[in-house]
Write a protein that binds this ligand. Structure first.
Ligand SMILES: Cc1cc2nc3c(=O)[nH]c(=O)nc-3n(C[C@H](O)[C@H](O)[C@H](O)COP(=O)(O)O)c2cc1C
Length: 275
């Protein structure tokens, strides 16, 4: 049941909800818009009808418009957004402190608003939320990699991982986890409409929002490979559901470095299609 209700005294019959509904199941009735019972199943719960109604007359899924964040003038100025996108850097030096649990919760809750294919909203965040947990996980990963190296079971194209093991044992240099305090892994059910993009988009949103909160990040490609390709037996340790595809991983925490200026990338590769 969608619990689709429209207040007839505040509805101005503008038709915005009908026009914007991605599955076209909202129809204008004599007094107010309605969804025929036999079309309810097609709703994919995006709440666009609730978001677009100019008078706040519409409620769906038991959600009331007055509980939504008003949007007028709540977006950052373009130059702020551009500065964030261009000024974000991959941070590989972290302070020792853990982030406050409330801050981590806010970062995740915000990132969770990222779009997902067919509004599936199935992305799962697995978080190592303390430095202690990540240190323990690093020990396990490095032990597993060292065993693979000794038993010559590291695939040829992954041999560089033996250098990372060596760097850790000889210099306590953590190339895989960058000695960050926290690790975030995004996964989604394999049978979701678009599991991989959903995870990557959620992590991208997480990264940008994190930097706007003075939280540093670096995409954890090596950690991802270690878990996904080399040591999948560690998945249960992270309670990654068996039916989930691993999306990707990001390390995050308080930066121990500060960037004074942006970098200067070459021009974007842009092709304007001609026909
Ligand atoms: C998919 C992906 C995986 C990455 N994996 C790692 C990694 O495992 N370790 C690391 O230090 N940096 C990693 N990076 C960071 C890139 O090296 C970095 O984005 C690039 O050098 C440009 O630097 P910038 O992000 O500061 O602009 C990764 C980036 C991406 C997008």
């Amino acid at each position: 049941m969608l619990q689709f209700t429209v207040n007839p005294t505040t509805c101005i019959q503008c038709g915005s909800c009908c026009n914007d509904c991605p599955t076209g199941i909202i129809h204008m009735g004599e007094e107010t818009p309605f969804i025929p019972a036999d079309q309810e199943e097609a709703c994919y719960r995006c709440q666009h009808c609730l978001a677009i109604c100019p008078t706040g007359a519409l409620s769906i899924l038991g959600l009331h418009p007055e509980n939504s964040t008003p949007l007028a003038s709540h977006f950052p100025e373009p130059e702020n957004m551009a500065a964030l996108i261009k000024g974000r850097r991959s941070v590989r030096h972290y302070a020792q402190d853990d982030l406050a649990p409330e801050l981590i919760a806010d970062l995740l809750e915000t990132a969770w608003h990222a779009p997902t294919g067919v509004n599936a909203r199935q992305v799962r965040f697995t978080v190592l939320d303390t430095r202690k947990k990540l240190q323990q996980f690093r020990e396990i990963v490095l032990k597993g990699l060292a065993e693979m190296e000794q038993s010559h079971t590291l695939p040829a194209h992954m041999e560089r991982f033996s250098l990372f093991v060596q760097a850790w044992h000889e210099e306590k240099k953590d190339i895989i986890f960058r000695d960050a305090p926290h690790l975030l892994i995004a996964s989604a059910p394999k049978d979701a409409p678009t599991p991989k993009p959903d995870c990557l988009i959620a992590l991208s949103y997480f990264e940008l929002y994190a930097h706007s909160c003075q939280v540093a990040t670096v995409w954890a490609g090596l950690a991802y490979l270690a878990i996904e390709a080399l040591l999948p037996r560690l998945r249960p340790l992270l309670a990654l559901p068996e039916n989930h595809q691993l999306g990707y991983a990001i390390l995050f925490g308080k930066a121990a470095v500060h960037y004074t200026r942006g970098v200067q990338h070459h021009n974007a590769h842009i092709h304007h299609a001609k026909w």
